[in-house]
Design a binder for this molecule. Structure first.
Ligand code: ATP
Length: 204
Protein backbone atom coordinates (compact mmCIF):
# COMPACT_ATOMS: atom_id res chain seq x y z
CA UNK A 1 0.00 0.00 0.00
CA UNK A 2 1.43 3.34 -1.06
CA UNK A 3 -0.01 5.71 1.49
CA UNK A 4 -0.11 9.50 1.59
CA UNK A 5 -0.69 11.36 4.86
CA UNK A 6 -1.76 14.98 4.71
CA UNK A 7 -2.08 16.67 8.09
CA UNK A 8 -3.39 20.16 8.67
CA UNK A 9 -5.88 22.32 10.45
CA UNK A 10 -8.20 22.45 7.45
CA UNK A 11 -9.88 25.51 8.96
CA UNK A 12 -11.41 25.39 6.36
CA UNK A 13 -10.25 22.90 3.73
CA UNK A 14 -9.75 24.65 0.38
CA UNK A 15 -8.98 23.84 -3.22
CA UNK A 16 -5.23 24.23 -2.60
CA UNK A 17 -5.33 21.23 -0.26
CA UNK A 18 -7.32 19.13 -2.68
CA UNK A 19 -5.21 20.04 -5.71
CA UNK A 20 -1.96 19.34 -3.88
CA UNK A 21 -3.23 15.97 -2.65
CA UNK A 22 -4.45 15.13 -6.14
CA UNK A 23 -1.13 16.03 -7.77
CA UNK A 24 0.91 14.07 -5.23
CA UNK A 25 -1.43 11.10 -5.47
CA UNK A 26 -1.07 10.97 -9.24
CA UNK A 27 2.66 11.64 -9.36
CA UNK A 28 3.59 9.09 -6.68
CA UNK A 29 0.95 6.56 -7.68
CA UNK A 30 -0.51 6.49 -4.18
CA UNK A 31 -3.28 4.04 -3.32
CA UNK A 32 -4.74 6.25 -0.62
CA UNK A 33 -4.34 9.77 0.78
CA UNK A 34 -5.43 10.20 4.39
CA UNK A 35 -6.38 13.72 5.42
CA UNK A 36 -5.61 14.04 9.12
CA UNK A 37 -7.22 17.07 10.76
CA UNK A 38 -5.18 18.25 13.73
CA UNK A 39 -6.86 18.74 17.06
CA UNK A 40 -4.97 21.68 18.42
CA UNK A 41 -1.83 22.28 16.38
CA UNK A 42 1.23 22.92 18.55
CA UNK A 43 2.89 25.41 16.23
CA UNK A 44 0.16 27.93 15.58
CA UNK A 45 1.25 30.56 18.12
CA UNK A 46 -1.62 29.72 20.42
CA UNK A 47 -4.22 30.35 17.74
CA UNK A 48 -6.93 27.75 17.96
CA UNK A 49 -8.90 26.56 14.96
CA UNK A 50 -12.10 28.57 14.66
CA UNK A 51 -14.28 25.73 13.42
CA UNK A 52 -14.88 22.79 15.73
CA UNK A 53 -13.28 19.41 15.00
CA UNK A 54 -16.67 18.17 13.88
CA UNK A 55 -17.17 21.11 11.51
CA UNK A 56 -13.66 20.76 10.08
CA UNK A 57 -14.25 17.05 9.50
CA UNK A 58 -17.59 17.70 7.82
CA UNK A 59 -16.05 20.30 5.51
CA UNK A 60 -13.32 17.82 4.62
CA UNK A 61 -16.01 15.27 3.93
CA UNK A 62 -17.64 17.58 1.36
CA UNK A 63 -14.29 18.34 -0.23
CA UNK A 64 -13.09 14.77 -0.71
CA UNK A 65 -16.33 12.98 -1.50
CA UNK A 66 -15.72 12.74 -5.24
CA UNK A 67 -12.15 11.51 -4.80
CA UNK A 68 -12.09 7.73 -4.52
CA UNK A 69 -8.55 7.62 -3.12
CA UNK A 70 -9.04 10.26 -0.41
CA UNK A 71 -10.17 9.52 3.13
CA UNK A 72 -10.30 11.32 6.46
CA UNK A 73 -8.57 9.95 9.54
CA UNK A 74 -9.83 11.13 12.94
CA UNK A 75 -6.82 9.65 14.68
CA UNK A 76 -5.59 13.03 15.99
CA UNK A 77 -9.04 14.34 16.86
CA UNK A 78 -9.71 11.23 18.92
CA UNK A 79 -6.45 11.36 20.84
CA UNK A 80 -6.42 12.63 24.40
CA UNK A 81 -3.53 14.88 25.36
CA UNK A 82 -1.10 16.46 22.94
CA UNK A 83 -1.24 15.22 19.42
CA UNK A 84 1.93 14.76 17.40
CA UNK A 85 2.50 13.70 13.81
CA UNK A 86 5.22 11.31 14.97
CA UNK A 87 2.63 9.26 16.91
CA UNK A 88 0.13 9.59 14.09
CA UNK A 89 2.55 8.19 11.55
CA UNK A 90 3.42 5.21 13.71
CA UNK A 91 -0.23 4.43 14.38
CA UNK A 92 -1.28 4.82 10.78
CA UNK A 93 1.60 2.67 9.53
CA UNK A 94 0.51 -0.04 11.94
CA UNK A 95 -3.15 0.13 10.87
CA UNK A 96 -2.37 0.09 7.15
CA UNK A 97 0.73 -2.11 7.44
CA UNK A 98 2.62 0.29 5.21
CA UNK A 99 6.44 0.30 5.02
CA UNK A 100 8.22 3.54 5.87
CA UNK A 101 9.37 3.81 2.26
CA UNK A 102 5.77 3.57 1.02
CA UNK A 103 4.42 6.09 3.53
CA UNK A 104 4.48 9.65 2.23
CA UNK A 105 4.00 12.60 4.56
CA UNK A 106 2.80 15.54 2.45
CA UNK A 107 3.60 19.12 3.43
CA UNK A 108 3.42 22.48 1.68
CA UNK A 109 6.76 24.26 1.33
CA UNK A 110 5.70 26.91 3.87
CA UNK A 111 6.04 24.24 6.55
CA UNK A 112 9.57 23.27 5.54
CA UNK A 113 11.59 25.86 7.49
CA UNK A 114 9.71 25.11 10.70
CA UNK A 115 9.74 21.36 10.31
CA UNK A 116 12.70 21.35 12.72
CA UNK A 117 10.25 22.35 15.47
CA UNK A 118 8.06 19.30 14.93
CA UNK A 119 8.15 16.85 17.81
CA UNK A 120 10.79 14.16 17.07
CA UNK A 121 11.24 15.37 13.53
CA UNK A 122 14.36 13.21 13.08
CA UNK A 123 12.37 10.15 14.01
CA UNK A 124 9.57 11.22 11.69
CA UNK A 125 12.14 11.01 8.91
CA UNK A 126 12.65 7.33 9.75
CA UNK A 127 8.95 6.63 9.52
CA UNK A 128 8.20 8.04 6.08
CA UNK A 129 9.26 9.84 2.95
CA UNK A 130 8.67 13.57 3.25
CA UNK A 131 6.92 15.04 0.22
CA UNK A 132 7.25 18.78 -0.32
CA UNK A 133 4.85 20.63 -2.58
CA UNK A 134 5.63 24.22 -3.52
CA UNK A 135 3.51 27.05 -2.19
CA UNK A 136 3.71 30.54 -3.69
CA UNK A 137 6.20 32.69 -1.79
CA UNK A 138 7.77 29.66 -0.13
CA UNK A 139 9.75 28.20 -2.99
CA UNK A 140 10.58 25.04 -1.10
CA UNK A 141 9.91 22.80 -4.04
CA UNK A 142 12.90 24.15 -5.91
CA UNK A 143 15.31 25.80 -3.45
CA UNK A 144 17.99 24.05 -1.43
CA UNK A 145 16.94 22.10 1.62
CA UNK A 146 17.42 23.66 5.06
CA UNK A 147 20.61 22.33 6.65
CA UNK A 148 18.79 20.25 9.26
CA UNK A 149 17.14 18.20 6.51
CA UNK A 150 20.23 17.59 4.40
CA UNK A 151 21.09 14.32 6.24
CA UNK A 152 17.65 13.00 5.20
CA UNK A 153 17.64 14.04 1.58
CA UNK A 154 17.25 10.51 0.28
CA UNK A 155 13.97 10.43 2.20
CA UNK A 156 12.65 13.64 0.74
CA UNK A 157 10.77 14.03 -2.49
CA UNK A 158 9.79 17.32 -4.05
CA UNK A 159 6.82 17.56 -6.30
CA UNK A 160 6.92 20.47 -8.69
CA UNK A 161 3.59 21.40 -10.18
CA UNK A 162 1.12 24.21 -10.50
CA UNK A 163 1.16 26.36 -7.36
CA UNK A 164 -1.95 27.61 -5.63
CA UNK A 165 -2.19 31.01 -4.01
CA UNK A 166 -5.16 30.08 -1.80
CA UNK A 167 -4.86 29.92 2.01
CA UNK A 168 -7.32 29.27 4.82
CA UNK A 169 -6.29 32.53 6.49
CA UNK A 170 -7.26 34.54 3.42
CA UNK A 171 -10.53 32.64 3.08
CA UNK A 172 -11.40 33.36 6.71
CA UNK A 173 -10.71 37.06 6.13
CA UNK A 174 -13.00 37.13 3.12
CA UNK A 175 -15.73 35.31 5.04
CA UNK A 176 -15.40 37.81 7.87
CA UNK A 177 -15.99 40.55 5.30
CA UNK A 178 -19.21 38.80 4.33
CA UNK A 179 -18.02 37.78 0.88
CA UNK A 180 -19.56 34.94 -1.13
CA UNK A 181 -18.46 32.74 -4.01
CA UNK A 182 -14.93 32.87 -2.67
CA UNK A 183 -12.26 31.69 -5.04
CA UNK A 184 -10.59 28.50 -3.86
CA UNK A 185 -13.44 27.59 -1.53
CA UNK A 186 -15.63 24.74 -2.68
CA UNK A 187 -19.28 25.88 -2.95
CA UNK A 188 -20.53 23.07 -0.74
CA UNK A 189 -18.01 24.01 1.94
CA UNK A 190 -18.96 27.67 1.64
CA UNK A 191 -22.65 26.85 2.03
CA UNK A 192 -21.90 24.80 5.12
CA UNK A 193 -19.83 27.65 6.61
CA UNK A 194 -22.67 30.10 6.04
CA UNK A 195 -25.29 27.72 7.44
CA UNK A 196 -23.22 27.14 10.57
CA UNK A 197 -22.11 30.79 10.95
CA UNK A 198 -18.43 29.91 11.19
CA UNK A 199 -15.63 32.50 10.77
CA UNK A 200 -17.85 35.47 11.47
CA UNK A 201 -15.73 36.65 14.38
CA UNK A 202 -12.34 38.31 14.07
CA UNK A 203 -9.34 36.15 15.08
CA UNK A 204 -7.97 39.03 17.18
P1 ATP B 1 -3.79 28.75 7.48
O1 ATP B 1 -3.84 29.85 6.47
O2 ATP B 1 -4.90 28.76 8.49
O3 ATP B 1 -2.42 28.57 8.11
P2 ATP B 1 -3.46 26.75 5.38
O4 ATP B 1 -4.15 27.26 4.17
O5 ATP B 1 -1.97 26.85 5.43
O6 ATP B 1 -4.09 27.40 6.68
P3 ATP B 1 -3.44 24.19 6.70
O7 ATP B 1 -4.62 23.36 7.03
O8 ATP B 1 -2.71 24.83 7.81
O9 ATP B 1 -3.92 25.27 5.60
O10 ATP B 1 -2.42 23.37 5.80
C1 ATP B 1 -2.28 21.97 5.83
C2 ATP B 1 -1.16 21.58 4.88
O11 ATP B 1 -1.51 22.00 3.55
C3 ATP B 1 0.19 22.25 5.18
O12 ATP B 1 1.22 21.30 4.92
C4 ATP B 1 0.24 23.38 4.16
O13 ATP B 1 1.57 23.72 3.82
C5 ATP B 1 -0.48 22.76 2.98
N1 ATP B 1 -1.09 23.77 2.11
C6 ATP B 1 -2.15 24.54 2.39
N2 ATP B 1 -2.45 25.35 1.37
C7 ATP B 1 -1.53 25.08 0.39
C8 ATP B 1 -1.28 25.62 -0.92
N3 ATP B 1 -2.03 26.59 -1.41
N4 ATP B 1 -0.25 25.09 -1.62
C9 ATP B 1 0.53 24.11 -1.09
N5 ATP B 1 0.35 23.58 0.13
C10 ATP B 1 -0.65 24.06 0.88
Amino acid sequence: MRLGIFGGTFDPVHEGHISVAQAVCERLLLDLVLFVPAKNPQLREGKLPQATPDQRSKMLGFAIKSHAKFQISSIELNRTGPSYMFDTLKEIRKIYKSDAKDTYLIIGSDVLQRFEEWYKYKKIMNECTLVIYGRPGNNGATTTLPDFLVPYQNRIQRIVGEEYEVSATRIRELLLNGESNIEGLLPEVENFIKDENIYIESEG
